[in-house]
Structure formats: structure tokens, C-alpha cells
Design a protein around this ligand. Structure first.
Ligand code: ZN
Ligand code: CU
Length: 497
């Protein structure tokens, strides 16, 4: 007997196949029947006449920084509202684990992971603590280089000793043994930027016995994009692991268009048998911790011109404003303004948004075969966060699929579901298939669209009717059910329990 039946849905099964009309049923957290539903409904079960709406597997955000959000915002409204049922956290080299409960867990990430609570030290401990909050969606984790390095070496600007390498390897390996899907790096950030290629290889190697991933926010996404792609490919080859390049882009106007060369290099590596995948977010601005982008000795005013303040504890009234506007209002130079912000108490925790990407490059990326979608949303709801936190997936489906025709709907859904699930080792997820976990999104392909903007970044998208997580209705219309049915996922294994 079924717990939930969807009648009259257009089924996009996540494989890339065209939609077909039929019914889908759910039983004990899993998809039961697909196409024809003959089994009945348990008493208290729910039958929904969807009136021809599209039913797809729950969407997968391959690039999240939600490690702390599972504690601070376990309802995960900003993801559920987009139809996202699973995220991959621990990206860009910053992960909740390994942790030392006596140390400030957010220091290394500069607040990107803010919200973490509890006494955990490793992935099992983190999973248990996160599950206690009844998370609304599923979480898969990476173990981050910056976090591991900070724990073992602090902020040291040198190569590790043999003992330190061995200790870092132990941390990485331990997390992978407990179910992390890979090792992530963020080589533009501190302390990752102090590492040489050899160090990253020694750590990425730990993923090989698990056939897990090496994901990277590359050392350079601008002038030296192609060199950075080369380094990433070399690291993955030397460590014999699958490479996943995060938020692929070419940053800065002089570099616009370079993504073509970078993607061609990826295609070449693929044709030579190397395993490489990528993801992208559908916006022309990046976002991160402001202090990482400026050298206070020599402030790059050209870059400052495209920066907007997202979240600034030191100067709340700067939030949502471009630096150029603030500087002219205060009649100070951009250099002085940047120094004023970053040297104020808590100024180093300022988050900014920077308009560095070309719209054509976004489309080139989305048109590339097997390009996945990752929001890179920073789940800090104060101030004016980057709209990607609330809008990424509906923006791809509404703007780039429907309005721009960059890719087809079945293909976009495939890249957000089965491809991501397979790549990131999410067992029995990412397809509408009997026996698979019932993570589902019911939506209207003709109206789905993001509504979050830079000025109003927390507007929920339109066109999502219902989201089901592990067989439970998590969101219906704009009503959050409050059911915390999310699971902590382990790479190619059953969920943590
Ligand atoms: Zn990143
Ligand atoms: Cu990131």
C-alpha cells in the first residue's frame, strides 16, 4: 500500500529522457510504482491530482556551504523552495570536519560555515549532531583542505613537515572512511594558497582507495585560469582520483571568453580517459569573504569598483551597496574605504559580491555537456546575500532553459539529478525509479523562475508546487511542513543512522 500517490504528472525521470504522462507512488520513503499505479493508499495516505505538472527527482546542489546551515537553519527553506532535496557541503576546502571543539570552528572559513554547534570532532559526530536538528533535506559531505590544514598547521605559510602531512592524511582518510564523498580544496583561500601542488596531491591520494572525488576551487580563476586547470588535472592524475572543478568561470573582464579554452582542455583530458566533471552557478557575480580578495598593502581599485557589500557586521548600513557609491558618498578613496571596512572590528568577516563574470561565459558553461549546477550559496541570511542562495535552480530551469533555450528541460534536470547523484555517490537517488529514495519535486515548467535579486535576495522562486524528501512532504506551495526527513548521506553507501 502506498503512502503517497501523484496522479496525472508529467514524469521527467532524471535520465534525460523526455517526459511522459502517468502516475507515481511512494511507499515507506521510496518510489514504488512509476507510470501506472495499481496499489492502493494506506489510511491517512495522500493522493494528489497534479493536473499535468512535472514531477522530477529532487534537485541536487553539488556546491553548497551548508555545513553550519544544518544547525542554524535546519528547515533549509532557501534550498527547499528551489526544489533542492540534497546538497553537497564542505566545498572550497572548508568543511565542518575535522573539528577541535576547543577551537573556533568558523575562524578558518571566516564565517562561511557559521552556525556549527556541538562537540563533534569527526564526520560521524557531525552527522549525529546535524540529525538531532531534524534537517529538512539531505546532506553529503566533503572534507576540506583548508580546514584540515588549519587544524594541523594553523596559519603557517610554509610546506608541511612529513609528520604534518601524515597527520593531515589521517584526517582526510578518516572522513572518507566515515562516508565523505571526497576531498575539497580552495587554493585561492588561506591557508590553502600557501600549499604547493605536491601537498595537495599527497592529500588527494587519500581519496583513491575509496574511488572518491577531488573537488577544487582552483588556485586561479582569472589571468591564470588555464594554468590552474592544468594543476587540477595534474593533481587528479597523480592521485588517481576523479576531478570535479567547482563553479567554473573566467573572472575579470580581460579573461572573459577563456572558459572556452578551459572547457576544451577538460574535453581533451576526458578524451584521454581522465575523469573530470564541473559545475557552475547561473550568475555573473561571485561572492565570498571580502578579505580574501584584497591585499591591504596594495588595494586593487579596479576590482573594488565591481564589489558590493553583502553582509557586514562592522557597517550594517553598507549592506546591499556598491563600494563606489559608498566611497563617493563619504568622499574617500576606494582604497581607504576597503581598508576602513576590513580593519574594523569583525571587518574581516565581511562578505561581498563581485561582478566579475561575463554572461556569455555563463551560457557557454551551461551548454557544455555534463555541466552540473551548484549554487555556491553562502547561507548567511543577514544583510543582502548573493541571490544564488535562493534562486539558482529555478533560474537555470526558467531563464536558461525556457527563456534562452541554452539546454533542454530533460537535459537540465538530468544534470541536476542523476548525473550529480552518480558523480557524488548518492546511492539510489537522482532518478524516478522504483526502489529509489522518494526525493521529488513537482513544478510548472512554464512558470518556474527565480525571484531573488541582488536587492531582494531572499525572494522565494515561483513555479514549485511541492517538494518531497525521503517520502515526506517537506514543502507544499509556500508552506514548509516542518517535517525533518533529511538524511546524512555516505558516499556510495546507505545513509548515516
Ligand atoms: Zn569556491
Ligand atoms: Cu564555494
Amino acid at each position: 500500500m502506498n503512502d503517497l500517490i501523484f496522479r496525472n504528472v508529467n514524469i521527467l525521470d532524471g535520465t534525460g529522457a523526455p517526459a511522459f504522462n502517468g502516475d507515481v507512488s511512494v511507499k515507506e520513503g521510496r518510489i514504488n510504482e512509476v507510470g501506472d499505479v495499481v496499489e492502493g493508499l494506506v489510511s491517512g495516505g495522500r493522493e494528489i491530482d497534479a493536473g499535468g505538472a512535472t514531477l522530477a527527482p529532487g534537485l541536487i546542489d553539488t556546491h553548497a556551504h551548508d555545513d553550519g546551515a544544518f544547525f542554524r537553519h535546519p528547515g533549509m527553506e532557501f534550498k527547499l523552495a528551489q526544489g533542492v532535496t540534497t546538497v553537497v557541503s564542505g566545498n572550497c576546502g572548508f568543511s565542518a570536519i575535522p573539528a577541535d571543539p576547543t577551537q573556533d570552528s568558523v575562524a578558518a572559513s571566516g564565517g562561511i560555515l557559521a552556525g556549527l554547534e556541538g562537540q563533534f570532532t569527526d564526520l560521524d559526530g557531525y552527522f549525529a549532531a546535524a540529525l538531532e536538528r531534524g534537517p529538512a533535506i539531505n546532506n553529503m559531505m566533503l572534507v576540506g583542505h583548508n580546514t584540515v590544514r588549519s587544524l594541523v598547521m594553523g596559519g603557517e605559510k610554509r610546506a608541511p613537515t612529513d609528520t604534518e602531512i601524515a597527520l593531515m592524511q589521517q584526517h582526510v582518510s578518516h572522513a572518507l572512511a566515515q562516508g565523505a564523498c571526497g576531498f575539497s580544496s580552495g587554493l585561492i583561500y588561506r591557508p590553502g594558497r600557501y600549499s604547493e601542488t605536491a601537498e595537495v596531491i599527497e592529500l588527494a591520494k587519500m581519496a583513491a582507495p575509496f574511488d572518491a572525488l577531488y573537488t577544487t576551487h582552483m588556485r586561479n580563476e582569472g589571468d591564470k585560469l588555464l594554468e590552474a586547470v592544468e594543476e587540477s588535472l595534474a593533481i587528479a592524475r597523480a592521485s588517481d582520483v576523479h576531478l570535479h572543478i567547482s563553479h567554473h568561470k573566467s573572472a575579470g573582464k580581460p579573461n572573459w571568453g577563456k572558459v572556452k579554452a578551459s572547457l576544451a582542455r577538460v574535453d581533451e583530458a576526458l578524451s584521454q580517459g581522465q575523469r573530470v566533471t564541473l559545475d557552475v552557478y547561473p550568475y555573473t557575480a561571485g561572492s565570498g569573504r571580502m578579505i580574501e580578495y584584497f591585499d591591504l598593502e596594495r588595494v586593487n581599485e579596479g576590482f573594488a569598483e565591481v564589489v558590493r557589500i553583502a553582509n557586514c557586521k562592522a557597517f550594517r548600513h553598507y549592506e546591499g551597496r556598491m563600494l563606489v557609491d559608498i566611497a563617493s558618498e563619504e568622499a574617500i578613496s576606494l582604497t581607504d574605504l576597503v581598508k576602513k571596512i576590513l580593519t574594523a572590528p569583525n571587518g574581516d568577516r565581511t562578505l561581498c559580491i563581485h561582478f566579475i563574470i561575463d554572461e556569455n561565459d555563463v551560457e557557454t558553461n551551461l551548454a557544455h555537456a555534463d555541466m552540473m549546477v551548484g549554487s555556491d550559496g553562502i547561507p548567511d541570511l543577514r544583510g543582502k546575500p548573493h541571490p544564488r542562495l535562493f534562486g539558482t535552480f529555478p533560474r537555470v530551469l526558467g531563464h536558461y532553459v525556457r527563456e534562452r533555450g541554452v539546454l533542454s528541460l530533460p537535459e537540465a534536470v538530468r544534470r541536476m539529478t542523476s548525473l550529480s547523484a552518480r558523480t557524488f555517490g548518492m546511492l539510489d537517488r537522482g532518478e524516478i525509479k522504483s526502489g529509489y529514495h522518494a526525493d521529488l519535486v513537482l513544478f510548472q515548467p512554464d512558470t518556474i523562475i527565480d525571484r531573488a535579486t541582488y536587492d531582494e535576495p531572499m525572494e522565494a522562486p515561483a513555479g514549485i508546487d511541492m517538494v518531497v524528501v525521503n517520502g515526506q512532504i517537506a514543502l507544499e506551495g509556500d508552506q514548509h511542513s516542518g517535517v525533518g526527513a533529511g538524511q546524512m548521506l555516505r558516499y556510495r553507501r546507505g545513509a548515516f543512522a
